[in-house]
Ligand binder design. Structure first.
Ligand SMILES: Cc1cc2nc3c(=O)[nH]c(=O)nc-3n(C[C@H](O)[C@H](O)[C@H](O)COP(=O)(O)OP(=O)(O)OC[C@H]3O[C@@H](n4cnc5c(N)ncnc54)[C@H](O)[C@@H]3O)c2cc1C
Length: 482
């Protein structure tokens, strides 16, 4: 069995670690935490290898998920692995705040876990990590009512989905039709959400709706919803990739939610809550990295064993060039992923006004430094969106080459390389398309040159052509900006 230290020899020393200000702080110096993270990675590797996830993932993918009586049914053996990861391993305790008994790892510290599970299987990562995005939001907008629910996520009893998209509202979430109306101590929710990852599987979700007062729209609200009456998984999509990750249409019919389950302040859901779902985007960057690292492993090994013209194909310069280019892309993807994780930790520390600890002091600080915070928000968007854009796009170019190395075998759908090629296609689409993230990056440049830290942070890219030509040609507005 591989040890985490072999798979991730440099996990806490990425190329950026010497240059990012404060980076070492988010890596941490606490030996107990380091030991715990490596122990977790080792345990995950043991679980995945014992359950033969590499060997079975393409088979599971072929079978896909089904909806039976409104509940997701996974292929045989798949859910057992998920349960081992999140329940027996209690994965969520790693990110639970210390004040609630958790380890409260930073994003930088936790990121290798996301990458590792995605490396074995993209869908499995998306199912196993389903609760973490919600935990992140509940931590940021903490109320005592959320404590038990957070504890449930920590031990894997709770799992999560995020229900924003509607048929007419994809990139433009402001165009949603779902409604929330206050009625006594409850809000009443109605609407139809599509493309919801883990819908029909997870027992908790966050739901975006218009805030309706006296029949008029007054902003938007975000709610934490449980397994309430009136929520139905109507159907699952048939997809070309991530086929064991359920993607559901969810119907909300007169769903009553206690008003305490409103997240953030009334009417500010889109601006204040949805905009802070940055952890999910950083996860996508690490998912891309994990998928591509596995593909590299497969492609390199195939190039050593497959022989043509009496030689391993890896001896031909055309194949060597591809592998070299892929190694370069991997290191850049790693930098972008960690840049996003770092920026998230760095800014969260400064803006986490609703955090569990020191909430009042931070709120006061916020009032005095709103301009600073805005700049920091821009910094975070630059790196989080830049990373999501880069890794989403490059993973697809990367997989084109990886698949090409396999020749005809790469085109056969039940091979692992073919599955990964199909899996990465979603990365430039969900959690905001590349086009939207390119727009966010452009917008975020407004303040960047005024932030001293940015000068230091940006130096990691000095001398690098960060964006390959094919990405720049697709997003010409970003020329010289990334
Ligand atoms: C497998 C899968 C899982 C998903 N999981 C979830 C989930 O868990 N929760 C959830 O809420 N949603 C989820 N989604 C929805 C996903 O986030 C949306 O599909 C995505 O945001 C794009 O919306 P859309 O599909 O409506 O495309 P559209 O918004 O219609 O976009 C179509 C094209 O137009 C481009 N475009 C749109 N606006 C602009 C613009 N202003 N400038 C330039 N180009 C533009 C887009 O980039 C895209 O290329 C999922 C989708 C899939 C396929």
């Amino acid at each position: 069995m591989e040890q985490a230290t072999e798979v991730y020899p440099n996990v806490y020393k990425t190329p950026s670690s010497d240059i990012f200000p404060d980076y070492a702080k988010f890596q941490g110096t606490d030996q107990d935490k380091f030991d715990m993270i490596y122990a977790t990675l080792d345990t995950l590797i043991e679980i995945m290898d014992r359950n033969k996830v590499y060997e079975k993932s393409a088979e599971w993918d072929e079978e896909g998920v089904k909806l039976v009586n409104g509940k997701v049914v996974f292929p045989n053996g798949y859910e057992k692995v998920i349960d081992e990861i999140i329940k027996e391993n209690q994965l969520g305790t790693l990110v639970l705040p210390e004040s609630l008994g958790g380890l409260e790892l930073t994003t930088v510290q936790f990121a290798p876990v996301i990458e590792l599970v995605a490396r074995y299987d993209a869908s499995m990562g998306m199912t196993a990590m389903s609760g973490l995005g919600i935990m992140n939001i509940l931590k940021q907008f903490y109320k005592p009512e959320f404590e038990d629910i957070l504890q449930g996520f920590a031990v894997g009893e709770n799992t999560g989905y995020a229900a924003f998209t509607e048929a007419q509202a994809g990139s433009n979430l402001r165009n949603i039709k779902s409604t929330s109306v206050l009625d006594g101590d409850d809000y009443v929710l109605n609407g139809t959400k599509i493309f919801i990852t883990n819908g029909g599987y997870a027992n908790y979700g966050i739901f975006l709706a218009n805030n309706i007062v006296d029949g008029k729209k007054e902003g938007t609200n975000v709610f934490l919803v449980g397994d309430y009456e009136g929520i139905t998984a109507v159907r699952l999509e048939h997809k070309s990739g991530i086929r064991t990750s359920p993607t559901a249409e969810l119907l909300f019919e007169d769903v009553r939610v206690p008003k305490e389950h409103l997240i953030g302040e009334v009417g500010t859901g889109y601006e204040k809550v949805i905009e802070r779902l940055l952890g999910m985007r950083v996860s996508v960057s690490f998912q891309a990295l994990g998928n591509c690292k596995r593909a590299y492993e497969l492609a390199e090994s195939y190039s050593n064993t497959r022989e043509q013209f009496g030689k391993p194909i890896g001896s031909f310069p055309a194949i060597q060039r591809k592998l070299k280019q892929m190694r370069l892309q991997l290191s850049r993807m790693e930098e972008w992923a960690y840049a996003g994780a770092f920026a998230l930790d760095w800014v969260t520390e400064r803006t986490d006004v609703m955090g569990v600890q020191e909430a009042n002091t931070k709120r006061e600080k916020l009032a005095h430094s709103i301009k600073e915070i805005l700049k920091h928000e821009d910094l975070i968007h630059y790196y989080v969106s830049g990373g999501k854009l880069y890794n989403g796009e490059i993973s697809n170019y990367f997989m084109y080459d990886a698949q090409q190395i396999f020749g005809g075998n790469g085109f056969i759908s039940e091979t692992e390389i073919n599955k990964i090629t199909r899996d990465v296609r979603i990365l430039p689409v969900f959690d905001g398309t590349s086009e939207i993230h390119a727009w966010v990056v452009n917008r975020s440049l407004k303040y960047l040159d005024t932030i001293p830290e940015f000068v230091k942070v940006s130096s990691i890219w000095e001398g690098n052509t960060i964006y390959e030509d094919h990405v720049i040609s697709r997003f010409p507005s970003l020329r010289d900006k990334l």
